[in-house]
Unconditional design. Sequence first.
Length: 866
Amino acid sequence: MDDSPPSSAEHRMIFRSEEMSLAQLYIQSDSAYNCVAELGELGLFQFRDLNPDVSSFQRKYVKEVRRCDEMERKLRFLETEIRKDYVPMLEARDDCPVPVPKEMMDLELTFDKLEAELRDVIRNEDTLKKNVNELTELKHVLRKAQLFFEENHDDQTAEATLIPLDISRDATAELSLLMQLNFVMGVIRRERFPAFERLLWRVCRGNVLIRQAELEDPGQCQITGETISNTVFIIFFQGDLLKLKIKKICEGFTATLYPCPNTAQERREMSIGVLTRIEDLKTVLGQTQDHRHRVLVSASKNVQLWLKKVRKMKAVYHSLNLFNLDGTQRCLVAEGWCPTDDLDKIRLALIRGTEASGSQVPSILHVVDAAENPPTYHKSNKYTKGFQNIVDSYGMASYREINPAPYTMITFPFLFAVMFGDMGHGLVMLMAGLFFIFTTFFNGRYVILLMGLFSIYTGFIYNDVFSKSMNILSSSAWKNSYSQRFLREHLTVEGQDRPYMLVPERAYNNLRGPYPYGVDPVWNLAETNKLSFLNSMKMKVSVILGVAQMAFGLLLSLYNHRYFKSDLDINFMFIPQALFLGCIFVYLCVQIIAKWVLFTAEPGYIFGIEYPGANCAPSLLIGLINMFMQKPRPSGFDTPACYLNFWYPGQDNVEFHLLVVALFQVPVMLFVKPILLWKRARNSSLDAPLNDVIDEAESVRVDIHQEDVEVIHAEELPPGSKANHTSHGHASSGPFDLGDVMVYQAIHTIEFVLGCVSHTASYLRLWALSLAHAQLSEVLWTMVFRHAFAFDGYTGAVLTYVLFFVFFFLSVGILVLMEGLSAFLHALRLHWVEFQSKFYGGHGYPFTPFRFRSVLEEAQKDDDQS
């Protein structure tokens, strides 16, 4: 990576954020709408609010925004009604043209007409439904009344086809008396009837007779669509006072009263009239619904297009409200951020907008200096977007600092695979990633794909497929040194399997050499020491990978310091940190690799010292502790505790000097930089009185009518346009405070020193999760699928078929989903904390340009949530 600003646009796009410029736009009022619309289609300009003290309802284009809100409300109403009728809507493209301001009146008239027509149709439909519902209830009331009065004269056949009223035992004797009483009939909700009956009995002091019957089938309210269960009731009473009380109670319980003639002939004639009216109303209702459907079908062809046009128009006016009038009151002034490489595209967009408006006065774009840090803008594609989101979720990169996403694209799925390594489970994840790529479009699909590919790769190294090993290369040098007769006689003792060790001198073929790639499959047979070997290997690999990634992160900090030309950070931060990390932890990794290469199971000579065997291989953990304690130890392998001795010549001197160098870096990191900053600030304060004249920030004002240019001073600039840069783009914030700088430096020094230890230990999660994944996989194979192989014939076939599905679903649910999520979160932490903390500031803020696509996506999300 080049330490200077990259020359390639692609290089800048990947490894650092885009260079940003603060630009001022001078646009004539009649062409401002078209120019902003072109910028919205381009999506490369982030407007700044030049009216921060003006409330939203006092801005220039607030009336237009409200008109757009009203049109959007009407369109949402149309959309809701269309969805109620399940009418398919014609989708509109996001690149539909933005309507010009002259079209707003036509759109408003169209929407007003559609809304008024649809609301009138809905109102008529609701009225008709209500009338049909009331007449239907009246039909049931008349039928029940007829049944009640004719109950004692009906035969058994009529009783079998009709629902009888619940009349008490003495109803027959009271029938003649009831015919002389007044009565009312109505309908009430079934759940309200018990309370209604009790209240009537208490208020009327028992001077009423109530009969009730439920309607045949629970009906459906034709207005709300909900299922309702009603009860028909008839109340007999005497006197007008009771009649008034009964009507008041019915009104309180929202019971509906219906007229009921006294004679059977009148009831029969009324029923015929009700049926006729119901049929007529249903005919009219059907015609009304057909008309409503035609209106909705007609609107459904354009409602999505209209909605996107209105939202684009409203977004344009929102952006115009961020503008300010210039001093001459002849044009609008805007200010905002844009990528430096895209300034020409923005100028072309302004030209297109000016030409579309028919204006003869060109729009002006002028780049000015900025006092604050620009926003961070990383260009990404469908592949890099998922990894960029992972980085940005922790914190947006500071302006122009190194972007971790390109490295995360490789290291993240790789560290995930170290914890998840299994060829079988990796293949399942790979197929899931391919499925998401070809069927759905979300940013994480390529992350899943790479995690699956790397899991297959690490599973091949671990030689692990659903907890089993494969002898793919067929070149293992191990062989069975026991005869079949010996195994038959001695392998099983008292019904229990007895383990035997493969003695290397007899079972290992030196001529064939070790397994060429990955873990030797013979370890799958070593039930007693397989776990010890794999744990030791994975633990050491985790430490090496962790130190390598931290060292790489520290190297990236060097490129940041060189890019920002911070020699102070290079000399007194990067170099001490690199020495501290290298003298202790890189030295530990070198010892791990040397132990793998030099110390074998066979006796020999190491650095001219006789090596008796594996029992004298050095203990690196205890050796690291002894290095810090500077505990005296003998050299060579002669003593019983030979694994604690120095194992190469001059090791004591090397470790002593490494420790001294590492410890010396702590005060260098802690004190040197604050002291030098303090001296620099003091020298600056002494030189300040020599400067009697302080240069004021200047900008340029362009008269777009005369194309003249004049210099204006800072007080004439719009808010936020004054330039006052210090080193690295940070503005001066006041007098230098040595105490604050010392506290800040102490925090970072302690964080780095302790972080080197804790972060190295944190990388052991690579070993821990890999162990857990392998053990769970072995448990599932042993406890579930292996039982199917104990049976032969049809029983074995059926069990294999059934247990395979059990094994598969448990593997996917537990090992792929749950363990995969766990490994994903741990890999996320390793990148956010252990890796990015070495070089990544993450104090920036994102570049959010005015883009129509983003506006429409946000609006769609709000619609989906509502």
